[in-house]
Structure formats: C-alpha cells, structure tokens
Ligand binder design. Sequence first.
Ligand code: DON
Length: 571
Amino acid sequence: MNCKVIFAAVCFIVVSSAAGFAQKKKSVINAYKYSIEKTTTVSNGAVISAHPLASQAGLLMLKKGGNAVDAAIATQLALAVVYPGAGNIGGGGFMIAHLKDGRNIALDYREKAPAAAHRDMYLDAAGNAQLNLSQHGHLAAGIPGTIAGLFASMKYARLSFKTLIEPAIILAEKGFAVTKAEASGLNAYKDAFTKYNTKATAFIKQQPWKEGDTLIQPELAATLKRVSALGKAGFYEGETARLIVEEMQRGKGLITYNDLKAYEAKERTVLSFPYKDFMVITMPLPSSGGIIINQTMKMVEQKNISGLGFHSVEAVQLMVEAERRAYADRAEFMGDQDFVKVPVKRLTSDAYAKERMADYNPAIAGSSQVTKPGAINPESEETTHLSVVDKYGNAVSVTTTLNGGYGSKTVVGGAGFLLNNEMDDFSVKPGVPNMYGALGAEANAIAPGKRMLSSMTPTIVLKNNRPYIVAGTPGGTTIPTSVYQTLINMLEFDMSADDAVNKPKFHHQWLPDEVYVEKDFPAAVIAALKAKGYKISIRGQIGRTEVIKVLLNKKFECAADKRGDDAVAGY
Ligand code: DON
C-alpha cells in the first residue's frame, strides 16, 4: 500500500549543523509537500509514527548518526507540533527499549495527579460523577510528564537535545501543511477549543481548515526554544511554568509550581515473559497493558491457536474469552504500584492463566455475570505510538498520550501546547466507567501525586535476545487487545507486518459484555459468534498500530497502520 498525499507549496530546509560532526550535512524535510508511505523494507533503520513529518524528523536523526533513542525523541517532539491531537509536550507516555548491549529499559513518564487532587474531586454534592470535569478543560489535566521523559531518555541517546528538537522548532515556527484528517479534526473540535480556552489559540481560525492549509504555532515554537536552551527547567520552571500556573488559575485547574518542579520520570523494571521461543518485553504498571498482554497470551499459548486458523470462530472466541478475563482483573486489581499493592506476580503467573481458563467452554458464549475478577489472595480516542530501529541493534517502542483527542482541549495561553485530560483515566467513582468504558476500583482511585492507570502497551518481542518485533498502538482500552492480536497474528499465523496491522480487529473488555469488531470483520464469523450467544457491536476503528519486523536477512519490514496518516520512513 502506498497512499500519496501531496501538498504543493514552498519548501523549507532543515539544515543540520550540530556540533561534533566533521561535515556540515544538509537534510531536507519538506513540510509542505510530503507523501504518506505505508510500508517499506530497509536495511539501516526505520521510524514509524502517526505523521509522515514526524517519522522524517526521526529518520533525519538516524542519518545524522543518532540511534533509535535519538530518533524516538525527535519524532515525539515533532509529533507535538504536527499531530496536536495526540502528539504532545502537555501529556505523558512510556518508552520500552532494547539496547544493543542487551539491556531492556522501561521509562515511565505518565502524568501524575496534582497535590491538591483528591479521590472525590469529580463528585457533586449528591455524589454523582461529573465526567465533564474529568474529561474537559483545566481540571482534567494531570501534571505533564513528556518533557521529563525525553530528558530521562537522553542518557541512552548520542546526539544533543538541541539537535533533536530542531525540526520541531522549525515546524512550529515556519508551519506545515495539515493533512485532510488533521483539518477535519481541528474543525470538529473548534467549539471545544472555544469553550475550554481562556486565550486565543493557533488551532482556531475563522474559515474551516482544509487539507494543505499551513498551521503555524509561534507560541509553541517559543516554548520549545526555552526547552532547547534551558533543558527540563525550560518546561517545569521559569516562564513555561508561570504560563501553565497562570492558565490553571484562569480556569480553576490544580497544577502548581511545586507540582511541576517535583515531577520526575521513573525508570521501571520491564515486564517480560516468554512466549514459546520468544521473549516479550513490555510496560509494567502504571500501565495495565503489559499485564493484560501477558495474561491473554499465556491463556492461549498452549491452545494450538495456529491450528484453529486466523479469524476462525474458534480462534476469535478463545481470544475474546482471554480478553474478558484479563480486563476483569484490570478493573479490580490494577493501579499505581507506588500507592497500592497489586498482585502482579500472581496475575502474570502461568498457573493463574491456566486457572482462569479452566471454565472456558467453546460451545457457548462466556458471560461477565459469571466471569468476575480472579480470586487473588493478598500477596506478600487520543494517543499515539512510534516504533524505531537502528543499524546498531537498538529498538525503541514509545506510546504517548493526551488521553482524549486534543486532550483537555485547553491550550496553555502564551505557551501554545495542549494539556492532557488524563485525570479521567483514574476511577472517578467505583462503578462509573471512564471515557473508554473502563471500570476501576480502589486500586485506581485518585490520590495526590499518584499516576492514573494506563492501557498503553509499547512492546518489543525478542528472538535469541535480539529485536524481532517492535509494536504498539493508541486506542484507550483497545490498546492491549490490539497489541495482543498483532503479536498473535505474527507469532502464530505467520503474517507479514502489513497484514498483522491491517487485518480487521476485535475487542472485549469484560464490561460492557460485548465483542466489538471493525466494520470489515468477516460477516460469517460475526454470525457464528451471535449464534453462540455473543453480543456483537460494530466499532469504527480499533488501534493504529505501527510494526517493525526483523526479517531473516536482517532487513526491517515496516508497516504503518492504514487507519490514519501513519507513515514509515527508513533507509
Ligand atoms: O493511557 C491510556 O490508557 C489512555 N489515556 C490512552 C488513550 C488513547 O489511547 C486514546 N487514543 N485513541
């Protein structure tokens, strides 16, 4: 697949002049004329992200001698400019990396609840949940983690931060041509931007946005320049901090100078588990994603799923029932381990996976009335993903988010970036579903300084301790099931990266008790599942997965999801 979107206009040149290079190289990113390449197979390195310009910014760093971590940092910064719906500096994310020396890294730069947050902050006097406040505007924002995360990842990078941020600054300052999808996103959110902002923003213009229009973000460029000049303090202290705190004060938000100054990204121990001959490395808590793919993959590992056939009724039912069980556990047990005790060892054990599937009956539909969270004894739509590999043997998988599309819809006045609405990922009230229909309990209740439970699942599969698959996706609660299906498609059904990403997907999350399928899901399978007693709902899109598979000849087979502007860039 090779979908072309060409914008005709003047081009600008990103000139690289980073210190430390023997020769001054000239590299071009044309921000007004670019195409969306969906697949490629390359030898040296590749970046796949939600926007072609961001993928190109990453590729530029690989060509300058940077490694996969450099490319991931530059891509994230560029995404914050060219993909404002989810790319961000006002949100948070997770990075999983496998380094060429064999180390596996998990970096957590998830947002945190402000110090003034409390468990009932979204309940009215009668105790009813006010989801409008957890989902929109100033009060929905957690303390942003992205810039801290990027600086924490610098210890694995080779180039200077100034070099990595340069394309993002130029894209913000000089502008870029918006895609059709971005134009319609900005138009659809115009009323929300008007409602939830206290100052004018670059995202609103009088005439509707159309494909090829130039989006220029001078305030964001100025913020990025402060970060370039001052490092982490250019965001969490000084002028940017002042602009964030003043924005909070204008809109009754909670984030303070102290909240910002105290924010730190954290290195975690990767969650890893063997699957047949492979080793899966993925994100631990505060994401539920790693535990969910661990549980769901272990529940099907011994079931000869490849023998059942791709999208056979039997294979789909088996995977759905594994999803039901894992999501029931998510709702009950999972939350930020810095605050609550989570029985991770038990949840991820082979014995537990076996027990959970002991009542699986392929003859009939399972039921979430019957399947509850497991018995555990106390134990001593917006996000974006990028996958990167380099020629040195490093692989990086990053998922980063504002939560909903354009986050809280609130732009920090004078600083030009959107704040997240991640507070809605907490359980606002037991039994009240969040914007992805996820339920939560005590483990995910709001507390000052706590990280809200995530589903983001950046993942790398190793074969003989070398990167084999790099994968991840946005999609709220559908993230772990999309990664699960993509991996099973490749490991069990022997699919190419392109097929694994683009074949129709399905999703079950315990409650509501229904199977969501994409609209091109095979009708015969839907009919057979209905006959067994499953409730089926058609859902727009499930995931926007970016996958790199390392072939036997060591080449990188890359596939960007057909479901968006996602694009590969490699050499
Ligand atoms: O962390 C999470 O799980 C959510 N905030 C992710 C939201 C998301 O993927 C929206 N994208 N479509």
